[in-house]
Ligand binder design. Structure first.
Ligand code: ADP
Ligand code: TRP
Length: 374
C-alpha cells in the first residue's frame, strides 16, 4: 500500500518534470518556474535528505543519530538518502577503499531496514548538479564564517598537514546536497546542527539575492533532541575513525561487542543517593534505553539512585542486548555485500531518480541567477 503511494508520488513528480521539459507547464502560466517547482514540492510529501560519508565502518552513533530515522521516515516522506563520497575525499582515501566503503554504506543501510523502492538511495558523485550548486553557493559563503565552524577547527587540529579547501568548504557542499532537492527535514545527529544552520543561511542569502527557491531545512529527530552517542571511553562522540576500541561498529562480532562494552569507562559508582550521573554513565544508560528492555533500564536506574549499582552487571546485560540488536543487521549486511550486481543496480536507479529532482532545481537556480542565454 505504502509502496504504491511512493510509486504514485514518484510518477507525479516525473510527469511534472516531463511536462515542464515539453513546455506544457506554460498552461500553469504566469507563475515562474521556481514557484511551480515549489508548489509541486508542497503538493507532494515533505522532502527529506540525508547523507553518510564513506569514510569507514558505520557504528551505533550513525545508526541511532541517522539511519534509524531514515527507516522510520521512509513511508511518510519523499526521501533522498545518499553516500557522501565526495565529502570523504577530504581525507584522501585509497581508490580501492573508496568503492568498498561506498558499497558497504549502501549494504548497511539496507540491512538496517531501508527499502530502496521506497527511498531514493544514491551516491553523491553520481549527481553532477550537486557540485554545480556547490559552486554557486560558494559565492555566497564567506571565508571568515567557514573558518569559525567548530568541525573545521577540529579537523585543523587533527590533520594540520592536510587543511585543504575541501575541508573549509565542507558545509557548503553539505548545503548543496540538501538544497538540490529542496529538502525541509534532515535527519542527522547532534554534531550536524551547526552545518544545518549554515545551510539555512545559504538558502536565505540565495533568496535575498535571487528570490525564493529553497525552503529552510531543519535537523530532524522525531520530536526529540538530536542524538549524540558518546565514545565508550568517554572522550567525545563515537566516530568512524577515532577510538576504534571505544566504538561499536555494525560489523563487530559478538566477542568484540562484549569486550568493548566491558571496557567502557565507568567508576566505583555513586556514594550519595540520587547523585548526578557522569556523562560516560548516562551514555551507557542511553544505549540501554535504545536497545534493552525498559525493565532493565529501570532496574539499573533505581540501583544507581540508591547506590547499589554494579556497573559490571549492567555492562554484561547491555552487551547481550547490543548483540541481539546488531547481529541480524551485521549478518544481512554481509550477505548483501556479496551481491555487488544488486548494489550497483540500486545505486544506478537511485542516481537516475535523484537527478530528476536535481536537474529541476538546478535549472531554476541557473535561470534565477541570470544564466539563461539561449
Ligand atoms: P562519522 O562522524 O562517524 O564519520 P558521518 O560523518 O558520516 O559519521 O555521519 C553520518 C551521520 O551519523 C550524521 O547524521 C551524523 O550526525 C550521525 N552521527 C555520527 N556520529 C554520531 C554519534 N556519535 N551520535 C549520533 N549521531 C552520529
Ligand atoms: N556532514 C555529514 C556528516 O559529517 C554528512 C553529510 C554530507 C550530510 N552531506 C549531508 C548529512 C547532507 C545530511 C545532509 O555527518
Amino acid at each position: 500500500m505504502q509502496t504504491n503511494l511512493s510509486v504514485q508520488i514518484r510518477k507525479t513528480a516525473t510527469q511534472f518534470h516531463k511536462t515542464e521539459k515539453n513546455g506544457l507547464v506554460e498552461q500553469f502560466d504566469k507563475i515562474h518556474v521556481e514557484q511551480r517547482i515549489y508548489l509541486a514540492a508542497v503538493m507532494r510529501k515533505e522532502i527529506v535528505v540525508s547523507g553518510i560519508r564513506s569514510t569507514g565502518y558505520l557504528h551505533l552513533g550513525n545508526y541511532f543519530g541517522a539511519m534509524r530515522n531514515y527507516v522510520k521516515m521512509q513511508d511518510d516522506y519523499n526521501c533522498y538518502f545518499f553516500v557522501a563520497d565526495y565529502h570523504s575525499l577530504t581525507t584522501h582515501p585509497k581508490p580501492e577503499d573508496l568503492k568498498k566503503n561506498v558499497f558497504r554504506v549502501v549494504a548497511e543501510n539496507i540491512a538496517s531496514g531501508l527499502d530502496p523502492n521506497k527511498v531514493v538511495l544514491y551516491a553523491q558523485s553520481d549527481i553532477p548538479e550537486i557540485p554545480e550548486l556547490y559552486l554557486m553557493l560558494n559565492m555566497l559563503a564567506y571565508k571568515g564564517e567557514l573558518e569559525k565552524v567548530p568541525t573545521f577547527k577540529d579537523k585543523v587540529r587533527q590533520q594540520p598537514d592536510n587543511v585543504n579547501a575541501g575541508l573549509l568548504t565542507y558545509p557548503v557542499l553539505m548545503a548543496a546536497d540538501i538544497l538540490i532537492h529542496r529538502a525541509v527535514k534532515v535527519p542527522v545527529g547532534k554534531d550536524q546542527e551547526q552545518h544545518l544552520e549554515m545551510a539555512r543561511n545559504f538558502a536565505q542569502r540565495f533568496a535575498s539575492r535571487y528570490g525564493d527557491l529553497f525552503p529552510e531545512p531543519i535537523p530532524f529527530n522525531f520530536g526529540n533532541e538530536l542524538i549524540k552517542i558518546q565514545s565508550l571511553d568517554g572522550n567525545g562522540k563515537m566516530s568512524k575513525s577515532e577510538n576504534l576500541n571505544a566504538t561499536i561498529y555494525l560489523t563487530d562480532d559478538d566477542d568484540a561487542i562484549r569486550k568493548k562494552i566491558m571496557k567502557a569507562k565507568s567508576d566505583a559508582g555513586p556514594t550519595e543517593p540520587n547523585s548526578i550521573m557522569p556523562d560516560y554513565v548516562s551514555n551507557l544508560f542511553m544505549l540501554m534505553g535504545l536497545m534493552s528492555d525498559p525493565e532493565q533500564v529501570n532496574k539499573y536506574r533505581t540501583a544507581f539512585n540508591d547506590c547499589t549499582i554494579r556497573y559490571g552487571d549492567m555492562k554484561k546485560q547491555l552487551a547481550e542486548d547490543v548483540i541481539k540488536f546488531l547481529a541480524p543487521i551485521r549478518d544481512k549486511a554481509k550477505e548483501l555485500q556479496q551481491d555487488e550486481t544488486l548494489l550497483r543496480k540500486i545505486l544506478k536507479d537511485g542516481a537516475e531518480r535523484a537527478r530528476e529532482s536535481a536537474t529541476a532545481t538546478l535549472s531554476a537556480a541557473r535561470r534565477m541567477i541570470g544564466i539563461n542565454y539561449y
